[in-house]
Design a protein around this ligand. Structure first.
Ligand SMILES: [Zn+2]
Length: 168
C-alpha cells in the first residue's frame, strides 16, 4: 500500500490572495503592534537583540528584561509578551522557548485586531468570576498553553538562561 506522504491535498490559495490577506492582518493587528513600537527604541538604546521569525519581530534587551520582570502582574514577571506582531522577551533564550506560545497570541491578535486587548482582559475577568485563575483560566492563555504542549517535544526544552515563569 502506498500512502501519500503529505496528507490530503489542500486547495492552494493564489499568491496574490495570500499577500493581500497578510497585508490585511498586519493592518488589522496594528493597534496592538503600535503598543510594542516604543520597545523597539528601548532595545535600540541599549544592547538590543532583534530577530524576525515568520513575519514577527522578536526583540529583547536588558531594559525589556526589567520591564517584563517588574511591570507584568504575574508571579516572577513574564518571560515574554506579545504585542501584535512584536514579541518581547527577557533575552534571546526566552524568545526561543516562548515562541510557540507567543505565536498563538499573534494569531489571536490577527483574529481580534483592535479588540484583542479588551477581549483578553474580559476573558480574564470571566475566568475570575468562574473561580478560576485570571491568567491560567483565560481562554486565550489556555489555547496558547495547549498549542505549546502539543508541539513541544522532549528535546525542545526551554533555553538555559531563560527565566521559566508565566508568560502572556
Ligand atoms: Zn500567554
Amino acid at each position: 500500500m502506498i500512502l501519500f506522504p503529505y496528507g490530503p491535498a489542500r486547495p492552494r490559495i493564489p499568491l496574490l490572495m495570500r499577500v493581500m490577506r497578510s497585508i490585511f492582518l498586519y493592518i488589522w493587528a496594528f493597534p496592538n503592534t503600535c503598543i510594542g513600537i516604543p520597545f523597539i527604541f528601548l532595545a535600540l538604546i541599549h544592547r538590543g537583540y532583534f530577530r524576525i521569525t515568520d513575519g514577527i519581530l522578536e526583540i529583547s534587551s536588558p531594559l525589556i528584561d526589567r520591564f517584563l520582570h517588574h511591570c507584568i502582574p504575574v508571579m516572577g514577571g513574564a518571560s515574554a509578551m506579545t504585542l501584535g506582531h512584536i514579541i518581547l522577551g527577557r533575552n534571546p533564550d526566552c524568545l526561543d522557548s516562548a515562541r510557540i506560545h507567543e505565536q498563538v497570541h499573534v494569531r489571536q491578535c490577527e483574529k481580534w485586531g483592535p479588540f484583542f486587548i479588551p477581549v483578553y482582559f474580559a476573558a480574564s475577568f470571566i475566568a475570575y468570576c468562574k473561580g478560576r485563575d485570571p491568567y491560567l483560566g483565560n481562554v486565550f492563555e489556555r489555547a496558547a498553553y495547549e498549542k505549546e504542549a502539543s508541539e513541544r517535544t522532549e528535546n525542545d526544552t526551554p533555553g538555559k538562561s531563560c527565566i521559566k515563569t508565566e508568560h502572556q
